[in-house]
Structure formats: structure tokens, C-alpha cells
Design a protein around this ligand. Structure first.
Ligand SMILES: [Zn+2]
Length: 102
């Protein structure tokens, strides 16, 4: 997978899909790398697979089942990647272009 910002390689770990040029510095709690692309891979209690993330990266809207609300209730939703904010956002059924933050 390629970073949409700098063409670097996307590295995945337990929590993040992160550009190889993104370096989170624990002391300053900020990015000291040349690229700021890092996306938290868990959405409402569900960890996204790299296959899913690859689709999101390609601009696809994907349907995900079995997400959990704070009250434990399960729900299904559509997700897409907000390329500017580097966040995975919900997509409203009524209008696919109008993403809702969570
Ligand atoms: Zn990058």
C-alpha cells in the first residue's frame, strides 16, 4: 500500500495504518517525520483489515457489519477515508458524499 501524501509505504501495526515517513515522537507527542499520514485502524470496536483499508485508500466506500455502540448495541454502517483529515468517517445512507464524523 502506498501513502496518498508522499508515495511512501503504508506500514500496519496493531493500532495504526501509518506511512513509513510518519514518526510519532513519544517525548514531544508529535510527528517528527516528513509525512503526517497515520490512520487509527479501529472503528467503533472493530479492527479493520488491511484489505479493507486498501479499499478505503483507493477512495471506495465500504460496508462494515458488527460495529458496536457505546451501549453495546451492534450496528452496520458505510465507511470511507477522509483523505485530508486522515480519518475513517461514517457515510450517511442518504448522501454518500456527506460524511459524518464519529
Ligand atoms: Zn506519507
Amino acid at each position: 500500500m502506498k501513502c496518498p501524501n508522499c508515495e511512501g509505504t503504508i506500514i500496519e501495526n496493531n493500532k495504526w495504518f501509518e506511512c513509513e515517513n510518519h514518526h510519532y515522537d513519544k517525548e514531544s507527542k508529535s510527528n517528527t517525520g516528513s509525512c503526517d499520514f497515520a490512520v487509527y485502524r479501529e472503528v467503533a470496536g472493530k479492527k479493520l483489515s488491511s484489505k479493507t483499508f486498501q479499499k478505503l485508500l483507493g477512495g471506495e466506500v465500504i460496508f462494515v457489519e458488527g460495529l458496536k455502540r457505546k451501549n453495546g448495541e451492534e450496528f452496520d454502517t458505510k465507511l470511507k477515508l477522509d483523505a485530508e483529515e486522515h480519518k475513517i468517517v461514517f457515510v450517511k445512507d442518504s448522501d454518500d458524499d456527506d460524511a459524518e464524523e464519529f
